[in-house]
Design a protein around this ligand. Structure first.
Ligand SMILES: Cc1cc2nc3c(=O)[nH]c(=O)nc-3n(C[C@H](O)[C@H](O)[C@H](O)COP(=O)(O)OP(=O)(O)OC[C@H]3O[C@@H](n4cnc5c(N)ncnc54)[C@H](O)[C@@H]3O)c2cc1C
Length: 408
């Protein structure tokens, strides 16, 4: 027997859960399917990711009733960001007063976001969650789509949403190609305390051979983010705490005094993915399954939140007009409203990474010039700050329109 739902969501990560939160109380029956255990959703463990949220994301999380469920004592303000280039004096400085807003962004531990989202969704009457279950395939059948589980059981839905990570198996199964960028680098993240205060300033050092970032957490604590070539990662992960503390203290040139590791070291291989299309028949991709960003510009979850917001707004409109929530025009409109900005962010971020992690002498000169130009030309800084904070969502900028015309 096939159980019929209005929507099946594959994946209970932050994107799938945000989408589900947006649909709480709507006249739709939703099934969420998640590979991992209920325990891992209700009590997620710290994973070293500190998520920098934009103003738009904050607004969406408040609208979803999720922001108040996040432990506010763990939320830190990002007041300023400084970008350094190697040992040179080249510096790009963003301050929240550049765009007359409280802060550039808000830093929240990923596990807190996941916990709050799950808490909200698990109480919803119109949403059922099954854990330790895996979707193996999705088949389009005109009036509905069939969702086929690993144990061969089947559910059907008017719309299937895949939020099953950047390595989405279902995206491949339904035939959506991707542009994949393997950066051949690993990002190592950990929580560290330091003797001197960070003053809520995020630091990004594009040193030669590695990239080092500091994200200011509450108190004299920061998330330290070290990006190195894949073959160097094991050495750093295997370092004793003492050696690691000495390395990071030195890498920050003693500016924060002694820096001491306080959490586990977590590592993430850096692979970026952009799906060629976000939709097919009765099917849509959201979150990292649609666009899996390089974390350097901190836009992955922010884009995931924005995408689900666009899609759920269209679905709610269709519901009030008794229209099909999985129709082609609705899905096409979702894609049209979302894909240009994600392309802009994806290719823009990859461009920044290419420029700032290439240590060839000529490229080093170019990046010094770029930083100098951006620092001394207020409109550029304004544009970048605006994109970082999403203080004013702009999907119809000239650049977005050009990107819309790209063949991919
Ligand atoms: C180090 C680091 C720092 C980051 N910093 C930021 C930041 O500052 N700001 C920001 O916006 N973003 C940031 N991100 C990105 C952000 O973490 C991701 O964009 C976000 O977690 C993606 O959520 P998701 O739900 O799309 O995917 P995931 O979190 O990958 O969740 C996918 C879920 O689907 C489940 N699943 C997969 N396949 C199946 C299946 N077949 N059946 C059932 N379930 C399935 C998985 O078990 C998983 O629970 C960062 C990422 C990293 C690695």
């Amino acid at each position: 027997m096939q159980i019929a739902y209005d929507i099946v969501i594959i994946g209970c990560g932050p994107a799938g859960l945000s989408f589900a939160s947006s649909m709480i109380g709507e006249n739709v029956k939703i099934l969420m399917v998640e590979k991992s255990s209920k325990e891992s959703l209700s009590k997620p463990k710290a994973d070293g990711r500190e998520i920098a949220l934009t103003h738009l994301s904050l607004k969406i999380l408040k609208k979803l009733g999720v922001w108040d469920l996040i432990d506010q004592s763990e939320v830190s303000l990002l007041r300023e960001a400084k970008v350094f280039d190697g040992d040179s004096a080249a510096l790009l400085n963003f301050k929240s007063d550049d765009s007359s807003i409280e802060a550039l962004g808000y830093l929240v531990p990923n596990y807190q976001i996941r916990k709050a989202l799950y808490q909200r969704v698990s109480q919803a009457e119109n949403i059922e969650i099954i854990n330790e279950a895996e979707v193996n395939d999705v088949e389009y059948c005109h009036e509905y789509s069939k969702v086929i589980f690993a144990d061969n059981s089947i559910a059907q839905a008017k719309l299937v949403i895949a939020a099953d990570s950047r390595f989405s198996n279902i995206r491949r199964k339904v035939g959506i190609p991707t542009l994949t960028k393997d950066f051949s680098k690993v990002m190592i993240v950990t929580k560290m305390t330091h003797e001197k205060a960070h003053q809520n300033i995020a630091l990004e050092r594009f040193d030669y051979g590695q990239t080092l970032a500091l994200l200011p957490m509450v108190g004299k604590t920061s998330s330290i983010v070290l990006t190195v070539k894949t073959q160097q990662a094991k050495n750093i992960l295997d370092m004793s705490e003492q050696a690691f503390n000495e390395k990071i203290t030195q890498d920050f040139k003693g500016e924060l005094g002694l820096i001491t590791q306080k959490g586990e070291r977590h590592s993430y291989p850096l692979i970026g993915v952009h799906a060629q299309t976000f939709i097919t028949d009765r099917f849509a991709l959201i979150g990292d399954a649609a666009v899996g960003m390089h974390p350097v510009t901190a836009h992955g979850f922010n884009l995931g939140l924005r995408g689900q917001d666009i899609l759920t707004t269209l679905i709610k409109q269709a519901l009030t007009q008794s229209q099909d929530i999985g129709s082609k025009p609705l899905l096409k409109l979702f894609e049209k409203k979302h894909i240009n900005l994600t392309r802009l962010m994806f290719f823009g971020t990859n461009g920044v990474v290419a420029l700032f992690t290439n240590d060839a002498p000529a490229v080093k000169q170019v990046r010094k010039l770029v930083l100098k130009f951006a620092e001394n030309f207020p409109p550029i800084k304004y544009l970048i700050s605006n994109h970082l904070t999403e203080a004013q969502a702009n999907t119809s900028s000239p650049l977005s329109k050009i990107l819309a015309k790209l063949p991919f």
